[in-house]
Design a protein around this ligand. Structure first.
Ligand SMILES: *Cc1c(COP(=O)(O)O)cnc(C)c1O
Length: 418
């Protein structure tokens, strides 16, 4: 009997037998590197997903912002389908007819001279680290082997061995030593601490304009402006990881745009692939990117025609500005809805565009419990850690959708306080 033959009768855990069968098989055969909510999704359209039992859920995680444009976005699916039947991979040993347009579009969007395409976000972060080090040695004149990069406390930049080397999350690092050296940590948002950490070996400051995994944590106002000034003054690269904060999530194309700041390197991923396919890239000016020479970096799939076709359409959609505007509108609705809950079950609320982090009074419930209560009401979200839950609905969510979320959180907190 396969999972799809099972009836929708319920198990002791309160899920259908069909759902339980999928969960059991997944847990048995796939590594336990996530702790998912007990829901098995089968379809998605716009801001909504449907599980194997036909129950609908509002998706308030949106693939960690990879799905900014919604599930099964018509324009993106059409482009992907067309390219699937045309040409998907050439390797970079040859040129392909889609990378040219993608590179042109993404340089236009970022205002930078060049891009370097990769696949996952972590690969793009690795690329930024390599480019910055090489720039440090070849352009800035840092002594061989001594480059340092300043990173922020509470960061999340991905899961490779080098990237977890500068994570301060014990779960992400435990058991993975030895780590890569050359990173120096400073308090997030603390310009004096960053200035003090920079010395003649420093090649860059790697930061998230908003820390998404950290719980939608924002630096103090003016931080981005001051960091830009500091990086220019000390001749170090300002490296903005906009993988989660960028591409309309925060209400602007890039979160750095909130202070009108342009970093030396943009790191992009997640929504760049429209939730269809992993597409990532860094963008920088020629004086930085020219340190990359044939053979010095690469990826079999990076810049492939399927990725490039999807990425080009993503840029075209962003250039229209409607997603950024809608994100800002959703943000106003989230602020109006969650703001009054501070002191009424929430200790803090942070909203920037369609992106909200709520800190629940830990005596009421954990973030996990909130996520489970929301799931029971047809809303999917995920705690980041402890009592913090992040909401990032697709930017195609309607006012009614956002109201459903706000009402649910309000009622769950009211019931917990009663
Ligand atoms: C998700 C994320 C990454 C890593 O991207 P992957 O595609 O999971 O490798 C890096 N930085 C930030 C800020 C992210 O949110």
């Amino acid at each position: 009997m396969t999972a799809s033959d099972l009836s929708t009768s319920t198990t002791a855990e309160g899920v259908s037998e069909r759902t339980a069968a999928h969960i059991d098989a997944t847990e048995r055969h796939a590594a336990h590197n996530y702790h998912p909510l007990p829901v098995v999704l089968a379809r998605g359209e716009g801001a909504w997903v449907v599980d194997v039992d036909g129950k609908r859920y509002l998706d308030c995680l949106a693939g960690y912002s990879a799905l900014n444009f919604g599930h099964s976005n018509e324009r993106l699916v059409a482009v992907a389908r067309e390219q699937l039947g045309t040409l998907t991979l050439t390797s970079r040993a040859f040129f392909n007819d889609k990378l040219s347009g993608f590179a042109e579009a993404l340089t236009r969007l970022t205002g930078k001279d060049m891009i370097l395409p990769m696949n996952s976000g972590a690969e793009a972060v690795e690329t930024a680290i390599k480019v910055s080090r090489k720039w440090g040695y070849e352009v800035k004149g840092v002594p061989a082997g001594q480059a340092t990069i300043i990173t922020m406390e509470g960061n999340f930049h991905g899961r490779t061995t080098t990237i977890v080397s500068f994570s301060d999350d014990d779960v992400a690092t435990s058991g993975y030593a030895p780590f890569t050296t050359g990173f120096r940590s400073a308090k997030y948002g603390d310009i004096e601490a960053i200035a003090a950490a920079i010395d003649e070996t420093t090649v860059g400051v790697l930061f998230e304009p908003i820390q998404g995994e950290g719980g939608v944590v924002m630096p103090p106002e003016g931080f981005l402006t001051r960091l830009r000034e500091l990086c220019t003054e000390r001749n170090v690269l300002m490296i903005a990881d906009e993988i989660q904060s960028g591409l309309a999530r925060s209400g602007k194309t890039f979160a750095c745009d909130h202070e009108g700041v342009v970093p030396d390197i943009y790191i992009m991923g997640k929504a760049l692939g429209g939730g269809i396919y992993p597409v990532s890239a860094i963008a920088a000016d020629r004086d930085v990117m020219d340190v990359i020479t044939p053979g010095s970096h690469g990826s079999t799939f990076g810049g492939n025609p399927l990725a490039a076709a999807i990425g080009t359409e993503v840029v075209a959609m962003l250039e229209e500005g409607t997603f950024q505007a809608r994100s800002a509108e959703i943000g106003e609705q989230l602020t109006a809805g969650f703001g009054p809950l501070v002191g009424q079950g929430l200790s803090d609320v942070r909203v920037r565009g369609a992106w909200a982090g709520i800190d629940i009074d830990p005596s009421l419930m954990t973030g996990r419990q909130m996520s489970e209560a929301l799931m029971a009401r047809g809303i999917l979200a995920k705690d980041t850690h402890g009592s913090t839950v992040r909401f990032a609905p697709p930017l195609v969510a309607s006012d009614e959708d956002v109201a459903v979320l706000v009402t649910a959180v309000t009622e769950i907190l009211a019931a917990a306080r009663a």
